[in-house]
Design a binder for this molecule. Structure first.
Ligand SMILES: NC(=O)c1ccc[n+]([C@@H]2O[C@H](COP(=O)([O-])OP(=O)(O)OC[C@H]3O[C@@H](n4cnc5c(N)ncnc54)[C@H](O)[C@@H]3O)[C@@H](O)[C@H]2O)c1
Length: 421
C-alpha cells in the first residue's frame, strides 16, 4: 500500500485528521507542502536490513542516498547496486563530517548503535536507528536525552507503528470495541537455527553477531522489542515489573544467546503481557493477541473476533452432543464440567483486506517527511525508547532470575509515567 492510498484508507487525506491512538502519523501532515523537497541520507551499516530499507527509500522521490558506510565490502557492493552514485566511507565518523548528509539510518549490529547515534546527534544529523536502540537501558536513556537536547528527529525501527492493521486495531482497542483489556499474549515461533552462512570462519562473529552476547541480547532485543511495544501501545501504559526465563534448549551449537525465552510483564492494574519465543517449533508462527472481555484482536493476522458470536443452532447442538457423549465416557467428570474449547469463529478483517505491507515503507516515508520539516512527530521517540528499555528489562529479569521493577530513573514524560523534572 503506498502513502497516498494509506492516508486515504486511514481517513487522513490531506493530512487533516490525526488518529489519537497513533499521533506520530502527524508526520504526513505536510506531504503536499514538501513535495519538491529532498532529504539527503547516509546509510550506516547497509547489510541485510540496511539494504531492505534502501529498497523502500529508492521508491521515495524525496530521498537521495548520498553516502554509505560499512566495514564489510560485500555490504558496500550490495548497497552500491541500489545507489551507485553514493559516496562510500569505511569510518562512520567520516560520513558524519559529510555536510550534505541531513540524516543517518543506522542498521549496524546492536552493540554499535549507541556510539554511532550519539556521534550523529552531536554532528547535527537526524537519526533513524534500528531497534533495539542499545545494549543497556542507561544507553537508551542517554540516546533519548540527546535527541531531546539537540532537537534532532529520532526514530527507532518499530515499523508496526506504521502498519495499517495495527493502527486500526489500536484505534478499536482504545475506543473500547473489545472491552477492557484483560491480557496480552505475544509470541514469536520459528524453526531454524537463526544462522547466516559464513564465507570464511574468521567472519563468524561479524556475520552471526546476533548469536553472541558481546553484540546482542538475542531474542529479546531482536524479536521481543517489536512485540512488547504492542502491549504499551494497547495499554497506553508501561508495565511496572517483569519476570522471565531463558535457556538454550535445542540449538546447542556454540551460540551464547538463548533459543527459548519467556517473560511476563505486569501492569499496575494486574494485566499481564506475555512474550514467548522458541526457535525450534514454528507451528504457531508469530502474533500479538490483545484480549478484551468483549473480544480479541490479532493485528499480525489482521483479524478481530467478538466473544459472543452465536453459533448456528444446529452447530451448537452438535457441540453439546459431542461434549455430553465425551463426558459420558469419562468416569471422573460429570456433565457439570465442560472443557473450554477454543473459539472457532473466523473473525473479521481489521481493514477489510488481507495485509499487504508491514509498515516499513510508511515508517521510512514518515522519517523522510520529519527530516524535511525538521519536526519530530509526537510520541514516536518515546515508543521506540520504551520498546527498547522493556526488552532489555526482560533480559535483565531472565539473567537475574528475579522480578525486576521498572526503574524510576529511566521513566520519561510519557503516558502514565510522567515525571516532573
Ligand atoms: N526492524 C526490523 O524489523 C529489523 C529487521 C532486521 C534487522 N533489524 C535491525 O537492523 C540492524 C542490522 O541487522 P542486519 O540483519 O541488517 O545485520 P547485518 O549483519 O546483515 O548488517 C549489519 C551491517 O553493519 C555493518 N557494520 C558492522 N559494524 C559496523 C561499523 N562499525 N560501521 C559500519 N558498518 C558496520 C556490517 O558489516 C553489516 O554490513 C540490527 O539492529 C537489527 O536488529 C531490524
Amino acid at each position: 500500500m503506498d502513502r497516498r492510498s494509506f492516508l486515504k484508507n486511514m481517513g487522513m487525506a490531506g493530512g487533516a485528521v490525526m488518529l489519537a491512538s497513533s499521533p506520530w502519523l502527524s508526520a504526513f501532515s505536510e506531504t503536499e507542502n514538501t513535495k519538491k523537497e529532498i532529504a539527503r541520507l547516509g546509510i550506516i551499516g547497509p547489510g541485510s536490513r540496511g539494504q531492505f530499507l534502501m529498497s523502500f527509500l529508492k521508491k521515495n522521490a524525496k530521498v537521495e542516498v548520498v553516502a554509505l558506510c560499512d566495514i564489510y565490502q560485500p555490504s558496500i557492493d550490495g548497497a552500491l547496486k541500489l545507489y551507485p552514485e553514493a559516496t562510500v566511507y569505511k569510518d562512520y565518523r567520516k560520513l558524519l563530517e559529510d555536510r550534505r548528509v541531513d540524516a543517518v539510518l543506522i542498521a549496524t549490529p546492536l552493540n554499535t548503535h549507541f556510539q554511532i547515534a550519539m556521534d550523529a546527534f552531536d554532528a547535527g544529523k537526524h537519526v533513524f536507528c534500528e531497534k533495539a536502540l542499545a545494549m543497556t537501558i542507561a544507553d537508551c536513556y542517554q540516546m533519548y536525552q540527546k535527541h531531546r537536547e539537540t532537537g534532532k528527529v529520532f526514530f527507532a525501527g518499530q515499523q508496526r507503528l506504521f502498519d495499517p492493521r495495527y493502527i486500526r486495531a489500536m484505534e478499536m482497542v482504545q475506543q473500547g470495541v473489545f472491552g477492557d483489556i484483560e491480557a496480552i499474549r505475544t509470541f514469536w515461533f520459528r524453526n531454524n537455527d537463526w544462522r547466516r552462512p559464513v564465507p570464511s570462519p574468521e567472519l563468524e562473529r561479524h556475520i552471526n553477531w546476533r548469536l553472541y552476547n558481546e553484540y546482542s541480547k538475542g531474542l529479546m532485543t531482536e524479536l521481543a522489542c517489536h512485540q512488547i511495544q504492542i502491549g504499551t501501545w494497547a495499554m497506553q501504559n508501561i508495565p511496572d515489573k517483569v519476570m522471565g526465563h531463558g535457556a538454550i534448549t535445542h540449538w546447542k551449537d556454540g551460540r551464547e544467546v538463548y533459543d527459548n525465552v519467556s517473560c511476563i510483564y505486569v501492569f499496575d492494574n494486574g494485566v499481564k503481557l506475555n512474550f514467548e519465543s522458541v526457535i525450534s517449533n514454528k507451528f504457531y508462527g508469530l502474533e500479538e493477541q490483545i484480549l478484551g472481555n468483549l473480544g480479541t484482536v490479532e493485528p499480525e493476522k489482521g483479524k478481530y473476533y467478538f466473544e459472543n458470536v452465536e453459533p448456528a443452532p444446529g452447530f451448537l447442538q452438535l457441540i453439546n452432543d459431542i461434549e455430553n457423549s465425551l463426558f459420558d465416557s469419562l468416569p471422573f467428570a460429570g456433565t457439570s464440567w465442560a472443557p473450554e474449547t477454543a473459539n472457532v469463529n473466523k473473525g473479521e478483517y481489521i481493514i477489510g483486506e488481507k495485509p499487504t505491507s508491514d509498515g516499513t515503507s510508511l515508517m521510512l516515508d514518515a522519517f523522510v517527511e520529519a527530516v524535511i520539516t525538521g519536526k519530530q512527530p509526537e510520541k514516536i521517540a518515546e515508543e521506540g525508547y520504551y520498546a527498547s528499555v522493556l526488552c532489555l528489562l526482560g533480559h535483565e529479569a531472565i539473567e537475574k532470575e528475579q522480578i525486576v521493577p521498572f526503574p524510576d530513573a529511566y521513566k520519561i514524560n510519557y503516558l502514565n509515567h510522567k515525571i516532573t523534572a
